[in-house]
Design a protein around this ligand. Structure first.
Ligand SMILES: *Cc1c(COP(=O)(O)O)cnc(C)c1O
Length: 429
């Protein structure tokens, strides 16, 4: 199966060693399950390997993959920092007691209110995206009589899906300031001239679901050359180099497995050699995994409502959830592995489209799925839904969001409650 936390026993799908049909009965469907031990394992892969291979390093969990208080507690216990992209994520992290000095605040359109809120929370670092924000951060830090630590977000001009440095493409991005045009150097020069910001280094994030090692080598090379340019032209040596997130995870049997520990060892060697060649002191290296921390620690369970056969066209299976709890197929045609959790020992001879319950034809979870012939009441499992499902969920059609249930060995507990109809009406005037 695609992840070691999946198995089958007595015709039932098991997740984190637990019978999924029993969990569906206990909590109702749809339900997001999260495997606490797998989250911790994924955190340790980064923490232990980065501690081992880099002289100074810190992995930061990228909140946008899944942001809830229980997750922040687990990530903090595992010794990671976190990055947040909005004051809402920051609020949840702070409410969970996350150490603020290990929080990095991203975003390409931070408002004055966002900046003030983050400073008043005591956020460790701003990842400043553009000169307008830089000026605002300096001004609000001055008002508070403080010096705000910052990284600058730059674009190295890498397209992760052609795995080459390209001169256009990713230079053309709404995030960050390009190195290639000379603007990033001016951005850094300006930051160094300001009294109330302290420039700690630079950040780049090139993409997501990356399976090719050279993407990170290329990024590191370009970033190290930029550090060398800053040293030469500005007399400034950066303390931190943040390479962003993006290692891929397996959604289907066709996806390769990324050996993240090995990848980190090779990135570390690359940075060590590159720094030496350029006469730089090795910077502290930060990485921002999101998907690879939570994706395979998650699964969504649904109940089959109907089966429809349209001769000469296709078969449909309708479930009690859909694009409201998982918009990724509708948005990106993302592949998923789907099982009928209560029919694991039956032949998968019914090829169908798994459709959701929303009034929207594009509301599909997957097409061309082979399942045992489904019947109303069967439990349908979609694997690897821990990242970008709950965090991208919506209330379209006024559908309440599912709960997040944590599974931890023999224990299971609710981390986020199922939304109620009263919750839907709560903000109405
Ligand atoms: C999305 C994002 C990440 C996390 O990417 P994953 O593919 O989930 O690992 C990290 N850093 C930044 C700035 C991002 O935008």
């Amino acid at each position: 199966m695609i992840c070691s936390n999946l198995s089958a026993a007595n015709g039932r799908l098991t997740f984190a060693g637990r019978d999924t049909v029993e969990l569906a009965e206990k909590y109702g469907t749809p339900v997001y399950l999260m495997d606490e031990q797998r989250i911790r394992y994924n955190c340790r892969v980064y923490k232990e390997n980065m501690d081992r291979y880099f002289p100074r390093a810190l992995p930061l969990y990228a909140s946008k993959a899944l942001s809830c208080k229980r997750l922040y507690e687990i990530v903090a216990e595992e010794g990671l920092g976190t990055d947040v992209v909005s004051p809402g994520e920051l609020y949840l992290a702070k409410s969970a007691g996350f150490p603020m000095d290990k929080v990095f605040f991203h975003g390409n359109a931070k408002t004055d209110a966002d900046i003030c809120f983050a400073m008043d929370c005591g956020v460790g670092y701003f990842v400043v995206d553009n000169p307008d924000e830089l000026a605002a951060v300096d001004r609000f830090a001055a008002e508070r009589g403080m010096e705000q630590r910052i990284l600058l977000r730059v674009t190295p001009g890498i397209d992760p899906h052609t795995f080459e440095a390209v001169s256009t493409g990713k230079v053309d991005s709404k995030f960050g300031i390009p190195i290639e045009t000379g603007q990033a150097l001016e951005f850094a020069r300006h930051a160094l001239s300001l009294e109330h910001v302290r420039l700690m280094g630079v950040h780049a994030h090139v993409g997501s679901q990356v399976f090719v090692s050279t993407v990170f080598y290329d990024t590191a090379d370009i970033m190290l050359r930029f550090l060398a340019e800053m040293k030469e032209k500005l007399g400034y040596e950066a303390e931190m180099l943040n390479l962003g997130g993006g290692y891929g995870v397996r959604y289907t049997e066709q996806d390769p497995t990324v050996d993240i520990g090995y990848e980190l060892s090779t990135v570390a060697r690359h940075i060590r050699e590159g720094s030496a060649a350029l006469g730089l002191r090795e910077p502290m290296v930060l990485m921002e995994p999101g998907r690879s921390i939570v994706a395979d620690a998650g699964m969504t369970l649904y109940t089959v409502q109907s089966t429809k056969r349209i001769p000469g066209y296709r078969n449909y299976v309708a479930i009690d959830g859909g694009m409201t709890d998982n918009p990724r197929y509708a948005l990106y045609r993302s592949a998923y592995t789907v099982y009928l959790a209560n029919k694991m020992d039956q032949a998968r001879d019914f090829v169908c489209t798994v459709g959701g319950r929303c009034c929207e034809s594009g509301d599909m979870i997957q097409e061309n799925v082979a399942l045992p012939a489904p019947e109303r009441g069967d439990i349908l499992a979609v694997c690897t839904t821990g990242a970008y499902n709950y965090s991208m969920s919506s209330n379209y059609n006024s559908i309440p969001r599912p709960p997040i249930v944590m599974v931890d060995g023999a224990r299971d507990y609710v981390a986020v409650h199922r939304e109620t109809f009263e919750d839907l009406a709560r903000r109405e005037a």
